[in-house]
Design a protein around this ligand. Structure first.
Ligand SMILES: Nc1ncnc2c1ncn2[C@@H]1O[C@H](COP(=O)(O)OP(=O)(O)OP(=O)(O)O)[C@@H](O)[C@H]1O
Length: 251
C-alpha cells in the first residue's frame, strides 16, 4: 500500500532549542488511523504540525497527498468571522464544497452567524472539525475530541473511522476508533543520561548539535548535556575528542 503521508526520519527543534523529535518515521496509508501517544511534551503536536505541513522539519523528509485537513490543538477563534463565513471562506480558498451538514451531524447548537469567538468551546471545536473534514488524503487531528460532549464524541469516532483518508491524531482521552494503530513517541529525555562536561569553551555549539543531545546548557566554561538513551557513548567520545573533560555522567 502506498502511504498517503510519509515522515522519513524527521527531526525537529524550534530555533536553537533542544531536539523535540529525532529520527521519527511514520507511514500512514489511505483509510488508516494512527494515534500518537506519549507524555506531555513528547512531541506529539509537533509531529502533527510537521505531518500537516504547518511547520517544516529541521531534518528528514515529508511526503503527503495534496488534500490535507488539520485541526490544531488550539483553534484560533479570533479571526472575526462567523462559523458560516469561516467555513465558506476556507471552502472557497480550497475549491471544495462547504460541508455544513456536518455541523448538524456533530450537534452544533451555537449561532452559526455569530463571531467564532463568542461560541462555546465545544461548538467552536465542531467548526474546527468541519473545516478539516473536507480532506480526502490526510486528516491531522490534534486532540479533536477536546470540548466535545459524549454524543458529538461518538459521531466524531464514526467520522474518523469512515473518512477514507489517512488519519493521524492525538487524544488524551483514549477514544477507540476501530482499527486504530498506536505509535508511542518516547520523550527525547526518557531513559537518557545527563553528562556534565568541563573545558567546553567554544565547542559548545558542536556539543549541543551532536546526535542524541536533547538539551545542552552552558555552565561556566563547561556544559550540562542531556542525552537520549543509546547516544551517550557517542556524545562522550566526541566530547573527549573535542578536548572537553567529563565531570559526571548520571542516568
Ligand atoms: N513553537 C514552539 N517553540 C518552542 N518550543 C516549542 C514550540 N512548540 C512546542 N515546543 C516544545 O516542544 C516540545 C514538544 O511539544 P509538543 O507540544 O509537540 O508536545 P506534546 O507531546 O504535544 O505535548 P502535550 O501532550 O503536552 O500536548 C515541548 O518541550 C515544547 O515546549
Amino acid at each position: 500500500m502506498t502511504p498517503v503521508v510519509r515522515l522519513d526520519r524527521i527531526g525537529k527543534r524550534y530555533g536553537r532549542g533542544p531536539w523535540v523529535l529525532r529520527d521519527f518515521t511514520l507511514d500512514v496509508g489511505p483509510g488508516e488511523v494512527v494515534a500518537l501517544r506519549g507524555g506531555n511534551g513528547s512531541g506529539k503536536s509537533t509531529a502533527l504540525r510537521v505531518a500537516a505541513g504547518v511547520t517544516a522539519p529541521s531534518s528528514g523528509r515529508v511526503e503527503r497527498g495534496p488534500s490535507v485537513g488539520y485541526v490544531p490543538e488550539r483553534f484560533p477563534t479570533g479571526v472575526g468571522l462567523s462559523a458560516h463565513d469561516y467555513l465558506r471562506h476556507l471552502a472557497a480558498v480550497r475549491g471544495v464544497p462547504v460541508r455544513r451538514e456536518l455541523l448538524d451531524d456533530l450537534g452544533f447548537v451555537g449561532d452559526p452567524d455569530a463571531p467564532l469567538a463568542t461560541l462555546s468551546k465545544g461548538n467552536a471545536q465542531k467548526v474546527a472539525l468541519v473545516q478539516a473534514l473536507h480532506a480526502t488524503d490526510l486528516l491531522v487531528l490534534d486532540e479533536p475530541w477536546s470540548g466535545l460532549d459524549a454524543a458529538a464524541g461518538a459521531v466524531l469516532v464514526e467520522l474518523v473511522a469512515a473518512s477514507g483518508a489517512a488519519v493521524v491524531l492525538t487524544d488524551h482521552h483514549g477514544h477507540d476508533v476501530p482499527g486504530m494503530r498506536e505509535v508511542v513517541l518516547g520523550s527525547v529525555r526518557a531513559g537518557g543520561v545527563v553528562i556534565e562536561l568541563d573545558r567546553v569553551g567554544e565547542s559548545f555549539p558542536l556539543i549541543s548539535g551532536l546526535e542524541g543531545v536533547s538539551e545542552a546548557r552552558a555552565v561556566g566554561g563547561g556544559a550540562r548535556v542531556e542525552v537520549r538513551s543509546g547516544y551517550s557513548d557517542g556524545v562522550l567520545a566526541e566530547a573527549l575528542r573535542l578536548g572537553c573533560s567529563v565531570r559526571s555522567v548520571r542516568s
